[in-house]
Design a binder for this molecule. Structure first.
Ligand code: BV8
Length: 255
């Protein structure tokens, strides 16, 4: 067991621990809350600095980018810089350990910070893209490098169009096939974790309910109540960085 996973003593219902220990298929949906303990602000956190007067939902749209490409690009630059300075936390690491323990493990994330991959998770379904990748706004195709000529946003070296982060904005479709794969995992799993998400952004927020309908044990980990809390099989009121390592240790005490 990774030392950084040595969890605080947290008590769990026996039926939750045995459901986890006996699970063959586990699916996990994570949101901004699992990265909060790494120091990445969540979408519910108040915006600071230049963007204090804007809600993320109003900045993360194609319309906002068309209206003010410089501000939207700079918001993502600020977030990219922030993500470069942070590290995965015990919540991310506990999911890496869980993936090691079960034959079929699917990690679906709404996050765009790449922290699951940096923690060592091998198969991550990024429903909303990744801010460390950039694409051309006109071509909708990846761009790995571009001339730094001071223009903001920078321009596509192929067509001269504006560059944008490779994330899914509100009103945009999710990556081809990503949601279908996530939904299939939610409907086939024994245990479904819903970690650190307010479950308000669709279609991702529909996944835990699809798992419930398919008969899975649904476990929510969140310090606050959400629309899922009273329907989840287990709703653990607490931080991902505390509950996930403790759950992994309770289900798999042996190294
Ligand atoms: C789409 C990338 C088809 C950008 C993001 C019904 C069906 C389909 C669509 C819709 C629908 N109803 C409405 C819609 C439209 C819209 C939508 O859902 N709007 C919401 C506001 C109602 N959905 C879309 O537009 C999606 N596209 O459906 O395509 C389509 C196309 C055209 C027309 C119609 C349909 C695309 C949505 C993707 C948006 N992009 N991110 C970027 O990052 O800049 S979403 C963004 O929100 C992030 O990805 C974030 O992860 C996500 C969800 O937020 P959360 O993760 O939940 O984070 P949040 O801050 O909200 O909450 C944090 C939680 O953590 C809290 O509960 C807190 O208590 C908890 N927490 C805090 N600390 C901890 C913790 N938990 C554990 N441990 C801790 N320590």
């Amino acid at each position: 067991m990774n030392a950084s996973l040595s969890p605080a003593a947290v008590e769990f219902p026996d039926r939750l621990v045995s459901a986890l220990r006996n699970a063959r298929r586990i699916a996990v949906l994570t949101g901004a809350g699992i990265s909060a303990e790494s120091g990445v602000p969540t979408f519910r956190d108040a915006q600071t600095g230049l963007w204090a007067n804007f809600k993320p939902e109003d900045l993360a749209t194609p319309e906002a980018f068309r209206r003010n490409p410089k501000m939207v690009w700079e918001w993502y630059e600020w977030r990219r810089q922030r993500v470069r300075t942070v590290s995965p936390n015990p919540g991310h690491l506990a999911l890496v350990e869980m993936e090691r323990r079960v034959p079929a493990f699917t990690l679906v994330t709404q996050n765009v910070d790449g922290l699951h991959q940096r923690a060592g998770s091998r198969h991550v379904l990024e429903l909303h893209g990744n801010i460390t990748r950039t694409k051309c706004f006109e071509e909708d195709a990846a761009v790995e490098s571009w001339p730094e000529d001071g223009e903001v946003p920078p321009r596509c070296p192929r067509c001269g169009g504006m560059l944008r982060p490779d994330v899914v904005w509100f009103g945009e479709m999710l990556p081809e096939g990503a949601y279908a794969a996530a939904e299939a995992a939610a409907e086939a799993c024994d245990v479904f974790f819903c970690v650190g998400t307010a479950t308000v952004v669709y279609p991702a927020a529909a996944l835990p309910f699809a798992a419930l309908r398919a008969g899975a044990t649904v476990v929510e980990v969140n310090p606050s109540e959400t629309q899922l809390s009273d329907q989840a099989t287990h709703s653990l009121r607490g931080r991902a960085g505390e509950h996930l390592p403790a759950l992994v240790k309770a289900a798999w005490p042996e190294p």
